[in-house]
Design a protein around this ligand. Structure first.
Ligand code: NAD
Length: 318
């Protein structure tokens, strides 16, 4: 895991509004959705010149209101940029945008950072293509959701050449509470899907336990109090309790609105299963978690926070 030279947790403490023009970097930001919108805004707040592009005019308008300069295309945005950051839906979008828009128009030696969550294979393929053209590349997926994107408190898991990390970390700092180098190209994506596979499995385990506790007539509050201090303790229980009324900030207290959507969890579990199949890894609980989240999604819960899967085990409509 990370060494001190490959880890930073300095983002939250850095001044975000006036870094000074001498530190100004010209950044192209492509993909301004739920995540990219807040991230690009934090780069603008940090005093950088941010050339922004999204296929959605509404997203582009929001970025302009947050201090970014809208560009007419991704290719136009990257022209003259020192750094290109992408935050796109999936592997095919990332492959196409780097191949067709970014690589042909970016300036020599520019630094490319893809923060999207995509398959390891696509991340490695894009890295190979653009580094062969003389660009530097990092896959740097994030944890922290839209709230973390807006607050500038994301955790970045970075896959890059060791020599490039020193240049990458300060670029990510205005958006980050932690920047950790996971390893070489693709390692950031590998870390992200392994982490989220743990999260999906552990949330299901916690939800099953609450549903069983209820059937056994055990008060959920007492169960929470006991398991929080016992070996059942984990993040899904104590930070993100799926049973309402136990952890104030948890989406379970807001009818499972906001947070991390079931559809997003399903996407990450699918990526984990695809990667496991290609690598020959045995991940039966990851496969089961994918199947359960696919079922929950089909029941219409795709937009609800992933902790709402509690209702599946309680037999309650999502
Ligand atoms: P989103 O759908 O809100 O945003 C994606 C944006 O990309 C959209 O605005 C879309 O118009 C734009 N886009 C698509 N193709 C484009 C193209 N060719 N050129 C320019 N713009 C294009 O999605 P999001 O929630 O912001 O997620 C983005 C990435 O972050 C995904 O890979 C997701 O898995 C990952 N992620 C999301 C969360 C979360 O909680 N939302 C958390 C961690 C990671």
């Amino acid at each position: 895991m990370p060494t001190s030279s490959s880890t930073s947790s300095s983002g939250r403490n850095k001044p975000r509004t006036h870094q000074g023009r001498d530190h100004m970097t010209r950044i192209a930001f492509i993909g301004l959705g739920n995540m990219g919108g807040g991230m690009a805004a934090n780069q603008a707040k940090a005093g950088h010149e941010v050339m922004a592009f999204d296929l959605s005019a509404a997203a582009l308008d929001r970025a302009a209101a947050a201090g970014c300069r809208p560009a007419p295309s991704a290719g136009d945005a990257v022209e003259g940029a020192d750094v290109v950051i992408t935050m796109l839906p999936a592997g095919p979008h990332v492959r196409a945008v780097y191949r067709d828009e970014i690589a042909p128009r970016a300036k020599a030696g520019a630094l490319f950072i893809d923060c999207s969550t995509i398959d390891v294979e696509s991340a490695r393929a894009v890295a190979a293509e653009v580094t062969a053209l003389g660009f530097r590349f990092a896959d740097a997926p994030v944890s922290g959701g839209a709230a973390g994107a807006e607050a500038g408190t994301l955790a970045f898991m970075v896959g890059c050449a060791e020599a490039d990390f020193a240049a990458i970390e300060p670029v990510l700092a205005p958006m980050a509470k932690a920047v950790i180098r996971a390893g070489d190209h693709g390692a950031g994506q590998a870390a992200k899907i392994c982490n989220n596979m743990v999260l999906g499995i552990s949330m299901i385990g916690v939800c099953e336990a609450f549903a069983l506790a209820e059937k056994l007539g055990l008060d959920p509050e007492r169960f929470f109090e006991i398991a929080s201090k016992s070996s059942g303790q984990c993040w899904s229980l104590t930070t993100y309790a799926p049973w309402p009324g136990l952890v104030e900030s948890a989406p379970s207290n807001r009818d499972y609105q906001g947070g991390f959507a079931t559809a997003m969890m399903l996407k990450d579990l699918k990526l984990a299963q695809e990667a496991a199949a290609k690598a020959g890894a045995t991940t039966p609980l990851g496969a089961q978690a994918e199947a359960l989240y696919a079922l929950f999604d089909r029941l219409g819960a795709g937009g609800k926070d992933f902790s709402a899967i509690l209702q599946l085990f309680r037999g309650v409509a999502p």
